[in-house]
Write a protein that binds this ligand. Structure first.
Ligand code: NAP
Length: 267
C-alpha cells in the first residue's frame, strides 16, 4: 500500500509541481482544486505517467473543494478517507493573490476577507481536521500492508509573510498570519509523532505571478535574489519531496526558504 498525500490547489502552479514530485516518490495523491477541473485532470494524468516512468504504480484522484468553506474542507478529508483510507502528508498549498493590487490607503475589506478566508482560515481548519484523523490512525492497529506511518504536514507560505508590499497588504497580512500555523501545530502534534513544516517560496513562475512578469524580470535582472533566476514549481516540489522522504525526522516547526536567497540581508 502506497503512502497518501493530499495537496490543496494542485491543479496548477506550485501545487502541481509538488504533486509531480510526490508522484515520482510513489505517493498516491488527492489533487484538490477550486474550479479548474481540466487542469486538475491533467495534473492527475501527468502524475500517473511520471510515476510509471519511475517504475511506480500510483493512484492520483481529483477532488473539487473550496478550502475556505467548512463543509468543503470536510468533504475533502472524507474523500481522502473513502478513497485511500490514510493520510501521510497534508500539503496546504492553495492560496490566492488579490484580484486587484490596491494601495493600502484605499484597498477594500472584501478582498481582505477573501484572502483571510482562503489563505488562513482554510489551511488552519483543514489542518485541524487532518491532524485529528492522523492521530486516530496512529492510535489504531495498522493493516499488515500499511507502510510505516509517520504523518507530516507542510504549509506553503510566502516571502510576503515578512516582506511589505504596500499594494497588496491583504496578501502580506494573510501570509504573516499563516506563518503562525506551523509553530502552533508543530508544538501540539510533536508528542503524537507528527512533524510540521513551513516552506516559504520566493518568486515562482506560475499563473499567479503571470500578470507581474515584466516587473519581476527586471528586479531579478537587477539581482533582487542572489540566485539570479525565477523559481519553478519543481523547486518547491523537491523541498516537499525531501520532507516526504523523511529527510528531517528530528526537525519540526522549521521554516524552509525556497527563494533563491531572497531572505538574506546583504550589504
Ligand atoms: P496559482 O498558479 O494561482 O494556483 C493556485 C491553485 O490554488 C490552483 O490549483 C487553484 O485551483 C487553487 N485554489 C485557489 N483557490 C482555492 C480554494 N479556495 N480552494 C481550493 N483551491 C484553490 O498559484 P501558485 O503561484 O501556484 O501559488 C500556490 C501557493 O503558493 C499559494 O498559497 C501562493 O500564495 C503561494 N506562493 C506563490 C508564490 C509565487 O510566486 N507564485 C510565491 C510565494 C508563495 P483552480 O485551478 O481550480 O483555480
Amino acid at each position: 500500500m502506497n503512502s497518501t498525500a493530499l495537496v490543496t490547489g494542485a491543479s496548477r502552479g506550485i501545487g502541481r509541481g509538488i504533486a509531480l514530485e510526490l508522484a515520482r516518490l510513489g505517493y498516491d495523491l488527492v489533487i484538490n482544486y477550486a474550479g479548474n477541473e481540466a487542469a486538475a485532470r491533467q495534473t492527475a494524468c501527468d502524475c500517473g505517467a511520471l510515476a510509471r516512468d519511475c517504475g511506480r504504480t500510483i493512484r492520483a484522484e481529483i477532488c473539487q473543494a473550496d478550502i475556505s468553506k467548512s463543509a468543503e474542507r470536510h468533504k475533502l478529508i472524507d474523500f481522502t478517507r473513502a478513497t485511500f483510507g490514510r493520510l501521510d502528508l497534508l500539503v496546504n498549498n492553495a492560496g490566492v493573490a488579490p484580484d486587484v493590487r490596491a494601495d493600502i490607503l484605499e484597498a477594500g475589506e472584501e478582498s481582505f476577507d477573501r484572502l483571510i478566508a482562503i489563505n488562513v482560515k482554510g489551511p488552519y481548519f483543514l489542518t485541524q481536521i487532518a491532524a485529528n484523523w492522523m492521530i486516530k490512525l496512529i492510535n489504531s492497529p495498522q493493516p499488515a500492508d500499511f507502510a510505516p506511518y509517520r504523518p507530516k504536514i507542510v504549509t506553503i507560505s510566502s516571502i510576503s509573510a515578512y516582506t511589505a508590499s504596500t499594494n497588496r497588504g491583504d496578501y502580506c497580512v494573510s501570509k504573516a498570519a499563516l506563518s503562525m500555523l506551523t509553530p502552533l501545530f508543530a508544538s501540539r502534534l510533536a508528542a503524537h509523532g507528527i512533524n510540521v513544516y513551513e516552506i516559504r517560496p520566493g518568486i515562482i513562475a506560475t499563473d499567479m505571478t503571470g500578470p507581474v512578469k515584466e516587473k519581476y524580470d527586471k528586479l531579478i535582472a537587477e539581482v533582487l535574489t542572489p540566485i539570479q533566476r525565477w523559481g519553478a514549481p519543481e523547486d518547491i516540489g523537491r523541498a516537499v519531496a525531501a520532507i516526504a522522504s523523511d529527510a528531517f525526522p528530528f526537525s519540526t516547526g522549521e521554516v524552509i526558504n525556497v527563494d533563491g536567497g531572497f531572505h538574506l540581508r546583504r550589504l
